[in-house]
Ligand binder design. Sequence first.
Ligand code: SAM
Length: 292
Amino acid sequence: MATLGNRRSTAEVIEKYHFSFQKKFGQNFLVDNGILDKIIGSAQITKEDCVLEIGPGIGTMTQRLAEEAREVVAVEIDRNLIPVLEDTLSVYENVTVIQADILKLDLNRLVEEHNGGRPIKVVANLPYYITTPIIMALFEKHVPLQSITIMVQKEVADRMQVGPGTKDYGALSLAVQYYARPEIVTRVPAACFMPKPNVDSTVIRLIRYEKPPVEAEDEAWLFAVIRASFNQRRKTLVNGLTNAGYPGIGRQQVEEVLSAMGLPMTIRGETLTLEQFTELSNRLLAVQRKAG
Ligand code: SAM
C-alpha cells in the first residue's frame, strides 16, 4: 500500500471518505514522510514492542508503527475515522484500533491486556489541547512504559526541558523531569501538517527513569506542593503554600521550613530545583505528621 505521509495520499483518503476535520479534536494530520522517518527512528521500536498510539487519525503513523512493532494499539476518539482506519490498516494483523477518549481509558488495564503488564512504548502526534493531561496521566498513574515519543506544540516541548529561573519553567517541567529524561528529536514546521496549524511543533522523546533522580517520601504530596507553588505564579512560595490551606501547614510552618533550608522568605517557586522541591515537600510532610 502507498504510504500516507504526503499531501496527495492524505487528500485522497479525506476525499474518499468525505471526512471533515474537527478542530475540537486537534486534527492536523502529518503529511511529511521525512518527519515520520525521524519519529519512527527515534522511538527505537523493535519486533518485541507493544506500542500505544494516541490519536492515529487516518493511520499515517500507525502503518509505519505496524511495520516495526510486534503489536500496535491505536486509540482514536473520532468515530468518523474508524471506517477510514479499517481501510488504511486492513493489511496489518498486528493493529488493534480502539474508539475511545484516551483520558477515559484505564491504561494500566490496557497494558495488562496487550502486553502482560510489561512496559510499552507510547508514540503520538498529540492533539495539543490534551498534551499535559495525557502526559501527567501516563506518569502519575504509573502506566508501565519505556518511553514516550510525541509531537507537541513547540512551546510545550520547551516547558518540558527547561530548568529553574526561566519563564517556561513550571509544574510540567518538574513532573517530566522527575519521571523521565527529555530529549528533543526534531522541530517540525506548521507546513508539515494538513490542515496547517497556527503553531510550530517539536518531537520530543521522554525516556522513563527506572528510579526518579530524587527521593520523595510521598510522590503525590511532592506534586501537590509543586502545584501549590506555581498556582499563583507572581506570589512568593510562602504565600502560595500558605494559601493552599493544607492541614497543619500555616504561614509559620512554611517559614520555618524555608529558613531551615536556608532559603529567603521572598523566594518564588520558579527558582527552586527539583531537588529543592523534594526537600521542601519531605520537610513539610514531617511537619504535618508531627502535627497530626
Ligand atoms: N496521528 C495522526 C497523524 O499524525 O497524522 C493524527 C494526529 S492529530 C494531531 C490528533 C489525533 O488525535 C486526531 O486523529 C484526533 O481525532 C485524535 N484525538 C483527539 N483527542 C483525542 C482523545 N481524547 N483521545 C483519543 N484520540 C484523540
